[in-house]
Design a protein around this ligand. Structure first.
Ligand code: ADP
Ligand code: MG
Length: 377
């Protein structure tokens, strides 16, 4: 059996009677990369605060590598091997990335010693290796102030890693980053997970999909569900807690909507008309959804993350009837506007994956067209 790096049992944190964490139970194996998601106020930050010793639990236990953490100071816990990356980088802007990293590899020395004493060879290799890992080797000797926001985040991740923690806690690492930086941050975390256990808290669903193997959803201070990204995204309770409305939507319906959304995203743009169709399908299931259609749409865009390969979604359809529904809905969604090249090829791929008889496909296509959508042929 794999070793547990973190075991949390029946954890409750009360703030003046309000339970930010409520009988939360959680565990993860050594070497795991775990993503934690959940709506605002779910308790994600408090969860990290308890692990790092910033907040003491009202009830329950946290064990790290088998050791109880209760009663230990933040400093002690950090020394046991837990490193936390905050949202705002805490780096020395007037030092270079190399100097920043050297400081972390030399915790017992002060800033001046680091600057003026030659670094021993073994250490330099470590710093060099880290610079390469975080992709900053080409900017190693320029002041950190000149780095982009993303590069500063990577430097801080590198500084954490320099302290060789066994468990890395990372709170919203891609907030404010460009798409390209986001993607590279994902690659960095995946490569760090080869030699560390990592917990990432994140809002950006597309990013979660890029890095996630195992996802834990928090809601009202407890674990709502846990599983792969597919399992979690097909779980109607997850949509429900994000939207804050009751639903009777089934996992099968959710899957259809996600296939349609993926088609809509095919050209990199989830247009308003396309959102309307999906929203209309979804809002039929949500009693109060019409109360705040605009919010619902934004949430929906994130929840139906855009880069879900059809190859992953389509095989989850169970029956021919569901495959036909997926085709109809997708055609309706992309047919809401002029169908462009990207959508046409996504549609072609969908048809191939669905593997429906050719007659069925043309029957459904003309039926959808007849319903008055203005799709081009
Ligand atoms: P998340 O990070 O998932 O958005 P938080 O852990 O920050 O959630 O907060 C969970 C709940 O606990 C929120 O309702 C928040 O208002 C409350 N909370 C967090 N910290 C405190 C505090 N120090 N005092 C009182 N309430 C708090
Ligand atoms: Mg938070």
């Amino acid at each position: 059996m794999a070793n547990k790096i973190l075991e949390i049992d029946d954890l409750t944190v009360s703030f003046d009677g309000f339970k930010a964490l409520n009988n939360l139970t959680f565990s993860m194996n050594e070497g795991e990369l775990r993503v934690i998601i959940g709506p605002n106020g779910a308790g994600k930050t408090t969860f990290l605060d308890v692990i790092t010793g910033k907040v003491q639990p009202t009830q329950g236990k946290v064990r790290f590598k088998g050791k109880k953490l209760s009663g230990r100071s933040e400093h002690d816990i950090a020394r046991l091997g837990i490193g936390r990356k905050f949202q705002t980088p805490r780096i020395y802007l007037n030092l270079t990335p190399r100097e920043n990293l050297e400081l972390c590899c030399n915790q017992n020395k002060n800033v001046l010693a680091t600057l003026f004493k030659p670094t021993p060879k073994a250490e330099r290799r470590t710093v060099g290796g880290l610079l390469e890992t975080i992709g900053l080797d080409h900017k190693a000797d320029k002041p950190a102030a000149l780095l982009s926001h993303g590069e500063k985040q990577w430097l801080e991740i590198g500084m954490l890693v320099a302290q060789s923690p066994d468990l890395l806690l990372v709170d919203e690492p891609v907030a404010g980053l460009t798409d390209d930086e986001t993607e590279r941050t994902g690659q960095l975390l995946i490569s760090l997970a080869e030699s560390h256990s990592v917990i990432v808290i994140e809002h950006d669903m597309e990013f979660v999909r890029q890095i996630a193997r195992q996802v834990t959803v928090l809601h009202e201070g407890s674990v709502l569900c846990e599983g792969t990204m597919d399992q979690v995204q097909n779980d109607p309770r997850v949509i429900e807690v994000y939207l804050g409305t009751e639903t009777s939507i089934t996992p099968e319906q959710m899957l259809l909507l996600r296939i349609a959304a993926t088609m809509a995203w095919a050209d990199g743009d989830f247009e308003a008309a396309e959102q309307d169709i999906i929203l209309e399908r979804l809002s039929r299931q949500f009693a109060q959804a019409t109360d705040d259609q605009a919010t619902l749409k934004t949430e929906l865009k994130d929840l139906l993350a855009k880069k879900i390969p059809l190859e992953e979604l389509v095989p989850q359809l169970q029956t021919p009837a569901q495959r036909e529904q997926a085709l109809m809905l997708s055609y309706e969604v992309i047919g809401a506007n002029q169908i462009n090249q990207a959508e046409a090829s996504a549609y072609h791929k969908l048809v191939t994956l669905l593997d429906l008889p050719a007659e069925t496909v043309s029957r459904l296509e003309s039926a959808t067209m007849a319903h008055g959508s203005n799709g081009a042929s």
